[in-house]
Write a protein that binds this ligand. Structure first.
Ligand code: SAM
Length: 244
């Protein structure tokens, strides 16, 4: 069944409007009697289209779906700015993997530089990518998408009890897998991944002091940043019992 972000509802009826209405009526050409899933930030419903008028599609709720596709664990990804569409790839896959928030990081070695003028359009595009991934994968809530920030901003952006891990390819003792075994999943967790050129030693050392970030290895091979981001998210959500 096709899934749509609902615009409003009262438990017995819900309705679609805007882009979701256009997708339903002009792209998919669904009409009265069709069965769809409507979701909001809290739950999802199976509904039957009862009427279409004035840019709204009204659906009668047939049942409320228990599973929401939302992970219990809150895992944030802070990713050094990457060139091209690699940020958007990591964002889309991060939504599917269940991340709670996405923070583009302006790191010292980021080749891509934050562009103030394009910040808003870029953020709107990222929100659109996230919304489409939420629909596709069965989540009901999009991860929070933050503006491009510095790692020093993270304590102001993320919950106070967030536990930080910094993926550091020079770390030879602590493995992320072993560290995850001891994580208290009641606390949010944030993973910092460097840009193509990696974190500088100074950045890594400062993050371990100021964020109390634990430097961790993701294994013996050097992963591309976008690969490292998705591997780390998979490891974390897997360890939290949310994946697999
Ligand atoms: N210094 C790397 C090199 O020599 O190619 C460049 C950085 S790597 C492409 C991008 C980021 O992925 C790193 O900053 C780190 O956060 C993460 N990363 C990649 N492989 C890793 C590993 N084996 N252990 C921990 N982090 C890794």
């Amino acid at each position: 069944m096709r899934r749509f972000k609902l615009a409003g509802g009262n438990g017995e009826m819900f309705w679609l409007e805007g882009d979701e209405f256009r997708h339903l009526t002009t792209v998919l050409r669904l009409g009265a009697g069709a069965r769809i899933v409507g979701f909001d930030g809290d739950r999802s419903y199976v509904g039957i289209i009862a009427g279409i008028e004035d840019g709204r599609a009204w659906c009668r709720v047939e049942s409320t779906l228990a599973a929401t596709g939302e992970p219990a664990a809150a895992v944030y990804l802070a990713l050094g700015l990457l060139k091209g569409d690699k940020m958007e790839l990591a964002l889309q896959k991060g939504v599917e993997l269940g991340m709670a928030g996405f923070i583009p990081l302006a790191a010292a070695r980021s080749v891509a530089r934050p562009d103030e003028r394009r910040q808003e359009t870029r953020r709107a595009r990222r929100e659109k990518i996230a919304a489409a991934a939420v629909k596709q994968c069965g989540r009901i809530r999009a991860p929070e998408i933050f503006p491009t920030s510095e790692w020093k901003d993270l304590p102001d952006l993320l919950p106070r009890d967030t536990r930080y891990f910094l993926a550091w390819e020079e770390e030879k003792k602590r493995s992320f897998r072993a560290e995850l075994a001891g994580v208290d999943w009641a606390r949010p967790l944030a993973i910092l991944i460097g840009p193509e050129g990696g974190f500088t030693r100074a950045e890594a050392m400062a993050a371990t002091v100021e964020l109390k970030a634990t430097p961790v290895s993701l294994g013996a091979r050097i992963l591309r940043a976008e690969t490292a981001a998705l591997a780390a998210l998979t490891m974390a959500l897997g360890a939290a019992g949310d994946l697999g």
